[in-house]
Design a protein around this ligand. Structure first.
Ligand code: ADE
Length: 226
């Protein structure tokens, strides 16, 4: 798996990259590359954005700037890149990210994430360079970087070797093992704290009963929450 993130703020990802599961995924062969859009701008003064046609607040990331960054990095026509890999523009109104979408992306050999800033991306970037748009929720962030980190985190932890324990991702929330339901509740020591007890069944040592209890809890949670 190879993920390229096009961003105006590559330094935002420095911390992200130090996280254990991200490092594990990279050690296991995944590749994360950050492309500084500003490094490729053909405009003077390292300009990357401009005021919106028709008026309005904020600045819009220019299509010619993204064109230059994509074509310099991939050494091909920027509009052809999406024929070679999944190119995703991060936008608040995009396809909502959920577990199925994450799984779909984790099965791709290569992803490109385009981060907008300010008021967002010139729509021609979305139309001609991206193959799809992705949203991490119906709210507006000040840019796509945090959304890109969410995508990278969710996708990379799906890769073999990213999590310490081989089963950790198999039976987590929304997995096939749980029939797409949220995960059951977890408890650890102490078995009793301030009078709050861990469910007896978990201390019973009966694996079948524990399994049934967990499945039932997972199902109940699925009914309770949207
Ligand atoms: N960029 C700004 N807000 C966003 C969101 N909610 N999801 C994805 N990208 C974004």
């Amino acid at each position: 798996m190879e993920i390229d993130v096009f961003t105006l703020f590559p330094e935002w990802f420095e911390w992200f990259q130090t996280q254990r599961h991200v490092r594990n995924a990279l050690d296991a062969g995944a590749r994360l590359t950050y492309v500084d859009i500003r490094e490729h701008t053909p405009l003077s003064g390292r300009q990357v954005d401009d005021t919106p046609f028709g008026g309005g607040a904020g600045m819009v990331l220019r299509v010619d700037v993204m064109d230059a960054a994509l074509s310099a990095h991939y050494r091909m026509d920027a509009a052809a890149v999406r024929d070679t890999r999944r190119v995703i523009a991060l936008t608040p109104a995009g396809r909502p990210l959920d577990e199925a979408y994450v799984r779909e992306l984790s099965e791709q050999p290569a992803l490109t994430l385009l981060c907008g800033r300010y008021e967002g991306l010139d729509e021609r970037i979305v139309e001609h360079f991206a193959g799809e748009t992705l949203s991490i929720g119906r709210y507006v962030l000040s840019g796509g970087e945090l959304a890109a980190m969410v995508v990278c985190d969710a996708v990379l932890r799906k890769l073999p070797g990213a999590l310490g324990h081989a089963d950790s991702a198999a039976e987590e929330s929304f997995s096939d093992a749980l029939g797409g339901m949220p995960e059951y509740p977890h408890y650890t020591r102490p078995a009793e704290y301030r009078g709050w007890k861990v469910p007896e069944v978990l201390l019973s040592g009966h694996h079948d009963r524990i399994k049934r209890w967990r499945q039932e809890q997972s199902r109940l949670r699925g009914l309770q929450r949207p």
